[in-house]
Write a protein that binds this ligand. Structure first.
Ligand code: HEC
Length: 184
């Protein structure tokens, strides 16, 4: 489960770094979250033999790896291509996918997609990510089949209904329930 531990760490960093400029538009906010601390490309952007992200195929899926004890993992196409990506999903359905780990057809989005971390995204941030994904150029890319050897939960918990924006001037620790109190 090493990959899951790494993810938990990435998630903690994501939450710790949740300080944002308030003058951003939702699209700018979404781009920022996706490209930097959300690290979506780590699993959803395919790489060449040298491990470099393939230009023009950002978030088009097809990044595959084996995680012993979890299975064969395939990052899916999250560009708005209607046939091979998520072009038919509404922004509300993308938000549900991020925070509840459920696709519109009701299937579970499996690890290592860090749903337990993204469950804590505020309504505004989840919507910003959804709007940004919808704004991308659709890339046609049919990805391979994943295969899991680990038992999976039926769900990640009760549906997330509302998460308010943390105050921008709050100390990070105060707005971050999973971080330890800083030493004084
Ligand atoms: C550590 C890897 C990882 C990261 C980081 C990650 N994802 Fe995923 N994501 C996955 C995997 C793997 C799947 C497919 C899971 C499956 O096969 O059930 C997935 C599935 C999805 C899906 C469902 C699409 C589909 O039909 O399979 C969406 C939407 C999605 N991710 C969006 C995002 C966004 C947005 C981010 C960044 C905020 C992100 N992901 C970050 C690994 C990741």
């Amino acid at each position: 489960m090493q990959a899951l531990t790494r993810l938990a760490l990435a998630g903690a960093i994501l939450l710790l770094l949740r300080v944002g400029a308030s003058a951003e538009t939702p699209l700018e906010r979404g781009a920022y979250l996706v490209k930097t601390i959300g690290a979506c490309g780590n699993c959803h952007t395919p790489r060449d033999a040298a491990g470099k992200p393939i230009a023009g195929r950002e978030l088009a899926g097809g990044f595959e790896f084996d995680d012993p004890g979890v299975g064969h993992i395939v990052g899916t196409n999250i560009t708005p291509d209607k046939e091979t990506g998520i072009g038919n999903w509404t922004e509300a359905q993308i938000i549900t996918a991020l925070r509840d780990g459920k696709r519109p057809d009701g299937t579970l989005i499996r690890p290592p997609m860090p749903i337990p971390v993204y469950r804590q995204l505020s309504d505004a941030d989840a919507a910003a990510i959804a709007a940004y994904l919808k704004s991308l150029k659709p890339v046609r890319s049919k990805v391979g089949e994943a295969h899991y050897t680990v038992p999976l939960p039926p769900s990640y918990g009760a549906p997330v209904t509302q998460i308010a924006e943390p105050p921008r001037d709050a100390k990070v620790a105060a707005s971050c329930p999973t971080s330890a109190s800083p030493a004084r």
